[in-house]
Design a protein around this ligand. Structure first.
Ligand SMILES: NC(=O)CC[C@H](N)C(=O)O
Length: 371
């Protein structure tokens, strides 16, 4: 294996071996603690412009298959693992992860110290980084550090429109069609419309820059805003569209970036977490029932909202419905006088536990007018 370097913005350097494509890449350095689901993680568009390190020590064991991708390609800017599998073995596998990364030009690195890297990010926070291998590594760490420090930051980055669909498309209902949903694709994972389709929703997926008029022209029973990459404070176009949807009184459900856009539409702020939540075992408590779900997460930003009780918004009273039991951050919001709610985590799972899948049923009940 050829040598490679991982250079962090604060000057920390990890030496390792090239994995996947050789060359150079830049992004925000984050870690994911999922023990399974690397293919879903790699293809989640919310990871655009992020270099993802897996804390699970052995990655690639089951290779890649045609069923698990959450989008049409690998979306991460770079990939860091401890030890890549030498042999991929699974009845569904169509190839190895190393060759999939190589074929799609995704630069990765295998380093012995993914634990040291994770502890560093937990202490210092997510930061910019670069991976360099082949001819790109020849410049030496000091010159590479300068280039990392010149690369763009995640704060203020508007990335949703880069990963969104260019054209609208429809995911048909599975079985009898019960509802029409307009889903704004801010970086949508394919499992999300699928979870709705399973419940009888015909899902009209629209580009990130869809306006309220575009959404309402479909005369949907409900409106959905998806997960997605980047800083929600840079996606004012989505906030404007959602305000128009809320003004029209349509039932609304948002996931992750969609939760952040909902928060901003209600007049709340969003802020960057120190190192974020990325994994599949995060405990989230539903404050309305007391129930705790173990849930899938991928977020680096969060909504700043009062957690101690209802607060006023331009759309009437709202409340924080869910909090993370690890760090207390806001994981869900709802309006109290209108049918609109959102969560910061991933009820569609993919990868992860299915504890929260009932939220899709709640959205359907809202569209039925029974919730
Ligand atoms: N998965 C997502 O939708 C992520 C939302 C946002 N980009 C964040 O990092 O918080």
């Amino acid at each position: 294996m050829n040598p490679a370097l991982l250079v962090l913005e604060d000057g920390r350097v990890f030496h390792g071996a090239a994995y996947g494509a050789e060359g150079e890449t830049f992004g925000e350095m984050v870690f994911n603690t999922g023990m399974t689901g690397y293919q879903e993680t790699l293809t989640d568009p919310s990871y655009a412009r992020q270099i993802v390190a897996m804390t699970s020590p052995h990655i690639g064991n089951t290779g890649v298959n045609d069923e698990d991708p959450e989008s049409g390609r690998i979306q991460v800017a770079g990939y860091v693992v401890r030890e890549p599998a030498r042999v991929a073995s699974n009845w569904r596998a169509t190839g190895s992860l190393g060759s999939a990364l190589r074929d799609q030009g995704v630069v990765g690195i295998a380093i012995p110290g993914t634990r040291a890297l994770t502890r560093h990010l937990r202490d210092r926070g997510a930061m910019r980084a670069g991976i360099f291998s082949g001819a790109a590594a020849a410049a030496g760490a000091d010159a590479l550090l300068e280039r990392v420090r010149r690369s763009p930051s995640m704060e203020g980055a508007d990335l949703a429109r880069d990963v969104s669909t260019a054209e609208p498309y429809v995911v048909p209902a599975i079985g009898e069609r019960r509802f029409t949903v307009a889903a704004v694709d801010l970086g949508i994972k394919s499992m999300t419309p699928h979870r709705m389709a399973e419940r009888g929703c015909e899902v009209h997926v629209l580009p990130a820059t869809a306006t309220a008029a575009d959404v309402l022209a479909l005369n949907p029973d409900g409106v959905f805003f998806s997960n997605g990459p980047g800083d929600p404070s840079a996606a004012g176009y989505a906030v404007d569209a959602l305000r128009g949807v809320l003004d029209a009184g349509k039932p609304f459900f948002g996931i992750c970036f969609g939760n952040q856009i909902f928060g901003r539409a209600l007049g709340l702020g969003t802020y960057k977490l120190r190192f974020g939540h990325r994994g599949i075992n995060q405990p989230v408590q539903d404050r309305t029932t007391g129930k705790v779900d173990v849930s899938a997460h991928n977020h680096g930003f969060a909504v700043d909202a009062p957690v101690d009780g209802p607060f006023d918004t331009p759309y009437g009273r709202a409340e924080v419905t869910h909090v993370n039991l690890n760090d207390g951050c806001v994981e869900g919001l709802r309006l109290l006088d209108r049918p609109a709610f959102s969560v910061q985590y991933h009820p569609e799972a993919a990868a992860g536990p299915h504890d929260a899948s009932g939220l899709f049923d709640r959205f359907c009940e809202m569209m039925e007018g029974s919730a």
